[in-house]
Design a protein around this ligand. Structure first.
Ligand SMILES: *[C@@H]1O[C@H](CO)[C@@H](O)[C@H](O)[C@H]1NC(C)=O
Ligand SMILES: *[C@@H]1O[C@H](CO)[C@@H](O)[C@H](O)[C@H]1NC(C)=O
Ligand SMILES: [Ca+2]
Ligand SMILES: [Ca+2]
Length: 212
């Protein structure tokens, strides 16, 4: 073992991990992947607008104060491991919704999301629904997301990690399990809006959205 290699590793860990700093209303932990932010962008807005603006500028996370409608994020750097101060909420959209313009099956889409360090996108709150609709390019009518009922027909869950699906953005009379084998969730453009549909998981035809 090379002593200097170990020493340098420890030094790097000291510099980049475990070091926390208060910046504005965030406690920010530094990380090698996402440098911390010294001067976040500030806007006064709604929670949804805060998340949307943050996402539009490639930001991974925003902090929102419901009492004052203050929103902080940074256009060029991502927050990592945010902890909110009292009265402040770290928006769930710490994860960016990333549209991947490659036509594939649902299992392969998840494999690719994992290779990017994430998973297929989940919809855990109404803001997630807006963020996903916001990243689907015009003219794209189907996009894989995380839900499935492969384990037991009709028992829809988020998959990775497994979580109950608490919201209902299903399209008209969906899920319909058409043809008896539709077990994977997709956002589909139904006459004017994107809602959930179930499709055959092996349909090699659709782009996808990851939470990264
Ligand atoms: C984002 O953070 C960087 C690095 O701290 C800083 O230089 C830049 O000015 C910030 N951008 C905005 C819009 O606040
Ligand atoms: C539905 O799936 C979840 C997650 O796998 C499981 O915990 C639950 O028992 C299932 N429900 C039924 C009725 O099978
Ligand atoms: Ca099904
Ligand atoms: Ca269907």
């Amino acid at each position: 073992m090379n002593f200097y290699v170990i020493y340098i590793q420890l030094l790097l860990e000291y510099l980049f991990y475990g070091v926390a700093e208060n910046v504005g209303n965030f406690l920010i932990k530094k990380d090698t992947k996402f440098p911390y932010i010294s001067s976040p962008t500030y806007i006064t807005t709604s929670k949804l607008e805060c998340a949307l603006q943050c996402q539009k500028t490639q930001c991974c996370a925003a902090s929102f104060n419901g009492a004052t409608n203050a929103c902080y994020f940074n256009a060029t750097h991502c927050y990592f491991q945010l902890e909110a101060s009292p009265g402040w909420e770290v928006l769930h959209t710490i994860l960016s919704k990333v549209f991947v313009n490659q036509l594939t099956t649902w299992p392969d889409a998840e494999t690719q999301c994992i290779s990017f360090g994430g998973h297929l996108a989940k919809v855990l709150n109404p803001v997630d629904d807006e963020l996903i609709k916001n990243v689907i390019p015009g003219g794209v009518h189907y996009v894989w997301i995380d839900g499935s009922d492969e384990g037991k027909e009709g028992n829809w869950t988020w998959n990775n990690p497994v979580e109950n699906i608490l919201l209902d953005y299903w399209g008209p009379s969906r899920p319909d399990n058409a043809g008896g084998d539709q077990n994977c969730m997709i956002y589909r453009y139904f006459s004017g809006e994107y809602l959930w549909d179930d499709r055959e998981c092996t349909d090699n035809n659709y782009p996808f959205i990851c939470d990264i």
